[in-house]
Design a protein around this ligand. Sequence first.
Ligand code: AP5
Length: 218
Amino acid sequence: MVLLGPPGAGKGTQAKRIVESRSLVHLSSGDLLRAERSAGTELGKKVASIMDSGQLVSDELVTEVVLGRIREEFERGESGLLLDGFPRTISQAKDLDEALAGLDEKVGKVISLKLADEIVVERLVGRRSCPKCGRVYHIQASAPKRKGVCDACDGELVHRSDDTEEVVRERLDVYVRQTQPLEEYYGQAGLLSEIDANMAIEQVSGEIEKDLDLAFDN
Ligand code: AP5
């Protein structure tokens, strides 16, 4: 399945819940690219300034990384993946369809999380995440017990370099121009459901689960 939605809509938050309830593997293109940056690879160096500016990394680079991982997961025997942040352009979606067809697989469901711009800004400017275990907090809505320290692993929490208000607004603009057209692409294929992401985390998960029941449990 594919999770679409503007930055801060809660894709990562929901993905962590869905992969547990459905035994899927979570593949986040943003996390894969950030891991390259942390490891100081050539690819990581190439994409750093693009990510910090809020623009999209080139289709060619990101597709190579993500499709490589998808192939590895299926070769390892995994039966289902949740893609978070990929595809993000029509070109990436077409490459994904082609690669999956080659593996005798296909996209089974696409959920688009909807959230107003002002709420996105509030969520991301207040987001803090743990680079060690990936847990995500919000300084007001879901603060850690000790300021700046992860409850789960004692890691030092970070504010992502692309979570400043200026860059978040740029990311929103990029989303509308380059990613939103995917709603039509997947809508025409009969795969899309839209969900209001401005509800409590558990309520959003409940709505997603209902759609997944309809798509996969018949
Ligand atoms: P990426 O890492 O994919 O970022 P994004 O799509 O902008 O999404 P975010 O991770 O910011 O938000 P999210 O929706 O996961 O929200 P979260 O759950 O954390 O991409 C980063 C960059 O990498 C891109 O800009 C681009 O440069 C590059 N890139 C990645 N993929 C690419 C691709 N395919 N092609 C080209 N370039 C690519 O939640 C946010 C906050 O809200 C948290 O604090 C959370 O606690 C809180 N929250 C969540 N849900 C709720 C709720 N229901 N109520 C209240 N608070 C909530």
